[in-house]
Design a protein around this ligand. Structure first.
Ligand SMILES: CC(C)(COP(=O)(O)OP(=O)(O)OC[C@H]1O[C@@H](n2cnc3c(N)ncnc32)[C@H](O)[C@@H]1OP(=O)(O)O)[C@@H](O)C(=O)NCCC(=O)NCCS
Length: 145
């Protein structure tokens, strides 16, 4: 798997994946803002194909994973875990002490991935996300690096 910086030229492909895998996808503006803000925006590829991407914000000594996705046809082959591991390596190299994230309470797949990667629940934001029928809780998770 190759991990490289995301650029504006990737955003069509990134948005295609984002809209395919997220019920409430980020917009083009969200990704452009992330690039402009110099967040760690990475694309992962294998044999010339974009598998997915991740966006992480660094703040003092704590990193926050803002988005991570693997294209539907490439899921369940270990790429998501590899990408998450690579983002942790990157955060550690930038001297971050902790990685935190927020996940929808209904996103059992992602929660399972994070638990297996050593993340623990550190909080709950009630009715944080807009959802199909009203609002949905966010689970805050984190782990030391
Ligand atoms: C979450 C996501 C990135 C995982 O990517 P992936 O490449 O499919 O994950 P992996 O193959 O590396 O699987 C790692 C672990 O995730 C969990 N997992 C992945 N797919 C799963 C599924 N369909 N059902 C249950 N658990 C699943 C398992 O714990 C799995 O470990 P295992 O293979 O030992 O069972 C991917 O499902 C995705 O893009 N989802 C939509 C976007 C999203 O929800 N992002 C997280 C927002 S916080």
């Amino acid at each position: 798997m190759i991990l490289r910086d995301m650029t504006e030229a990737d955003l069509d492909a990134v948005l295609r994946i984002e809209r395919e895998v997220h019920a409430h996808p980020w917009t083009l503006g969200n990704f452009s803002d992330a690039l402009r803000s110099k967040y760690e925006c990475k694309v992962c590829e294998h044999e010339g194909q974009m598998l997915g991407y991740a966006v992480m914000m660094l703040a003092v000594d704590e990193a926050e994973l803002l988005d991570i996705a693997i294209a539907a046809q490439h899921q369940r082959r270990g790429w998501g875990r590899k990408l998450l591991d690579e983002m942790m390596v990157l955060a550690r190299r930038r001297n971050m002490q902790r990685l935190v994230l927020e996940v929808r309470a209904s996103n059992a797949v992602a929660i399972d991935l994070y638990r297996k990667a050593g993340f623990a629940d550190i909080g709950l934001r009630r009715e944080y996300y807009p959802a199909e029928n009203g609002r949905e809780d966010a689970i805050l998770m984190g782990r030391g690096l």
